[in-house]
Design a protein around this ligand. Sequence first.
Ligand SMILES: Cc1ncc(COP(=O)(O)O)c(C=O)c1O
Length: 456
Amino acid sequence: MATIADQRQAKASTVGGTETLEPLANEDVFFNVLENAEKDRPATRPIYLDAQSTTPLDPRVLDAMMPFYVDQYGNPHSRTHAYGWESESATDVARKHIASLINADPKEIIFTSGATESNNMLLKGVANFYYPKKNHIITTLTEHKCVLDSCRFLQEKGFEITYLPVRSNGIVNIDDLKAALRPTTAVVSIMTVNNEIGVIQPIKEIGQLLKTYGAELAKELGRGTPKPFFHSDAAQALGKIPIDVNEAGIDLMSMSSHKLYGPKGIGAAYVRRRPRVRLEPLISGGGQERGLRSGTLATSLVVGFGEAARIAKEDLPYDHAYISALAKRLRDNIMSRVEMVMLNGDPKGYPGCTNLTFSYIEGESLLMALKDICLSSGSACTSASLEPSYVLRALGLDDANAHSSLRFGIGRFTTEEEIDFVCDKIVSVVTRLRELSPLWEMVQDGIDLKSIQWSG
Ligand SMILES: Cc1ncc(COP(=O)(O)O)c(C=O)c1O
């Protein structure tokens, strides 16, 4: 691939060859990269359908970030000069955009490195602050690993954890939650949108239940008794579906920038101020971010996250309609042409996350045969083996079906042509793999596989 300097040199030689080249300005580099992005991309680049894993940076976001890598490099916490002030003011604007996307006050936004850090900081922070008066945590079996592992960490420290099951559509049963609440419950952590199946949890009902329970508790034990706080991991929901922390009664929330076309390495925690939720900080130091997360803010990343949030708020209805149409196109196309395909999770979930089971096919063989499409399977890679997804298992899928599942992550930049290509490819590969499968042949012959006693 020719560099910008090579291209300029070549151009100069064709018009006489002796021209002295001016030094490159930052804008030249930036616009050249944008102009040539299409040309420089190898023709063999696979189709990206893994939007839950991460999303590409929106070029508008990069545009907003660039000055803070080059000219405006002041430390946003430097109070004594203009470089500091301009960086601080840019982080203030970003904070406002993020707060506005979830109807919060900018002071309630704490920047972190991503949703993993936010989940750790919020769960461990709130649990430690209210311990030992409160020593119980409620979560669900289908949370992201970083929530489950934070709970496990607290369990080892002496906290009691209730892991709620979910129904076969992936949605938690409010009555189960009601029954699990105790006066000692410090926090209830239930995600807004699931990262594997796109299921949207009933966060408004959960928030309302916790408010009512908290009011009863205060009547019984006296005013000032804290309610069980509501934490929601909204990494997959932010900018994808409308979120209003006040309407939903959310006290603590985790967010990530790279899931909504912003840069990687930056996220945020929402921490309610009224009524105040107290946390023990995980990171101590200069006292930045209300003393909850010390360290110099990464101005360019913060600005990028803010711009991604601003765009997400503006484009949310358009993005949602566009992604819903693409998801419908994908589901209708595949499910009308292939037998025994099952949609996992509530069909009214977030459409950009479509999880399908192709019975009698190994998801891994399917992925191998789909080398030109980037997808994620219903399995998690551990050091020694491929474990079936614990989320799909929690819905009641057996290991075989969990292994036969694929997640299609559709995003803002996915095209209709890509969806059509993926559908054709899936149909042909599934048909071919099933033709090779003895199990599929038995099913075609009307044999009930469950009635077979396998040896070994
Ligand atoms: C639901 C959920 N929570 C948390 C995370 C972790 O986010 P981050 O990569 O910002 O740490 C992810 C990303 O995979 C996610 O999907």
